[in-house]
Write a protein that binds this ligand. Structure first.
Ligand code: HGY
Ligand code: MN
Ligand code: MN
Length: 435
């Protein structure tokens, strides 16, 4: 595509431009076939063969769209479209890894919506002032390798590549070995790619937009997150002969802690949420008092001080349970992120853009962690939410209506045009094929 001799420069963003929803839906459907599981969901855990296949497909689309591809040491992939000026790109993107019982929109929408924006600009021969980039970051979910948002955290300088590469997953492999195995151990140093601004489109994964009947969420920030693994150790013994007063039952201890976690969130109220997502007992036999319980605790709050209070209160309750039951409990942090506030000017831009397109919009915090929460450390950042039917996510029944997918992607298109065009865009006449 070459610039024409006298390009028709437009002085305002192309407010009437719209994406091609069928093309977006087709890509979402194709990507969802990779790692497809019963019920319409997706299992594409980070750095598995399914992740590789998904990466390969998205990279092939990036190449078709003429993007220049870079892969950094953590396997973060960035596809860049040149602007009329050089310099840091305006970036969008998300992740294509999923949890084991994931849906087809979590993360995938943000990446494919970014490609849809590029395809729309290409077919209308539009070039922006600043370069545009679409990224997918490694291991956003943190389901196989902790912490979550690993790739974007390293990309934004919050975690060293060495530490991330050395991380051992739940199946005993390392990030480094798996990146090499799937062919995505890149050479670009992490943290070496500046970003002018970052906007991520994502399904809300909660009930707020649907219950309020609002079409677009202008995300004000991401709540703080504290993941810990607890190892509860007791004494295995015979289920029939051991008097209740003599038991040191790790299974009971874990259950009492799980109840305390729930009661903590209910007593604190507000935005406090708390989840015990995994409990494994050993030896896990019907007639043996459990010697050991491995369990996870996920605490989140939009307020940093309240999150610390929740952590402290839970630690006290765990200590009391351990004392009473004669158990030993150790805790290991799996992830810890402070609440993040997005750029207020960009949040307002999302609201204004949505309303200018005729969509209703509301400001709201994100309950889920996102790559945008990491990139906010290095660039002005905002997120766009679209409604999740029944507020479901991390569930095979995750669903967002095509109209909402289209609305969100159109808002993304316009916000990116504004951010990357500064004052004007240039319509590029296609080069004459045969002079
Ligand atoms: O856990 C989260 O909020 C994100 O899906 N990793
Ligand atoms: Mn996500
Ligand atoms: Mn997720």
């Amino acid at each position: 595509m070459t610039r024409s001799a006298s390009p028709a420069s437009l002085t305002t963003p192309l407010v009437d431009l719209r994406i091609n929803c069928d093309r977006l839906l087709h890509r979402l459907d194709q990507l969802a076939q990779i790692g497809a599981i019963a019920g319409g969901g997706v299992c594409r855990l980070a750095l598995t063969d399914e992740d590789k296949a998904g990466r390969d497909l998205v990279v092939s689309w990036m190449r078709e769209l003429g993007l220049t591809i870079t892969i950094d040491q953590l396997g973060n992939v960035v596809g860049t479209r040149p602007g009329l000026m050089a310099g840091a790109p305006v970036m969008t993107g998300s992740h294509i890894d999923t949890v084991a019982t994931g849906g087809r929109y979590d993360g995938n929408l943000g990446v494919l919506a970014g490609l849809e924006v590029i395809a729309t600009l290409n077919e209308h021969h539009i070039q922006t002032q600043n370069p545009l980039a679409v990224a997918f970051f490694t291991n956003e979910e943190g389901a196989r390798f902790h912490p979550d948002m690993m790739g974007s955290w390293v990309f934004s300088g919050g975690l060293s590549s060495d530490a991330a590469l050395a991380e051992v997953g739940t199946d005993g492999t390392t990030v480094a070995a798996e990146l090499t195995r799937i062919g995505y151990a890149g050479t670009v140093p992490c943290g070496s790619q500046p970003v002018k601004a970052f906007v991520e489109l994502h399904v809300e994964q909660g009930p707020v937009l649907e219950q309020s009947g609002v079409q677009i969420g202008a995300v004000t920030g991401v709540q703080g997150m504290s993941w810990q693994e607890l190892m509860v150790t007791g004494v295995s013994n015979h289920a029939g002969t051991t008097p209740m007063s003599l038991r040191h039952d790790a299974g009971y201890g874990a259950s009492a802690i799980a109840v305390a976690v729930r009661e903590l969130a209910l007593s604190m109220g507000g935005n406090q949420v708390a989840t015990v997502g995994a409990i494994q007992l050993k030896p896990g036999l019907v007639n043996v008092i459990a010697k050991e319980a491995r369990m996870t605790v996920d605490l989140r709050n939009t307020d940093a001080a309240l999150l610390r209070q929740a952590e402290a209160q839970l630690a006290e309750q765990i200590e009391a349970i351990a004392q009473k039951e004669g158990l030993n409990v150790t805790s290991r942090s799996l992830a810890r992120f402070e609440p993040v506030t997005f750029d207020p000017v960009m949040v307002e831009q999302v609201v204004q853009t949505a309303q200018a397109l005729g969509y209703s919009a509301k400001r709201m915090p994100s309950g889920a962690g996102h790559d945008a929460g990491m990139i906010a450390a290095i660039a002005p950042t905002a997120m766009i939410f679209v409604p999740s039917v029944n507020g479901l996510s991390h569930n095979v029944k995750e669903y967002t209506a095509p109209t909402d997918l289209e609305n969100g992607t159109n808002v993304l298109l316009q916000v990116l045009l504004q951010l990357a065009s500064s004052s004007k865009v240039e319509v590029i006449q296609p080069s004459l094929k045969h002079k």
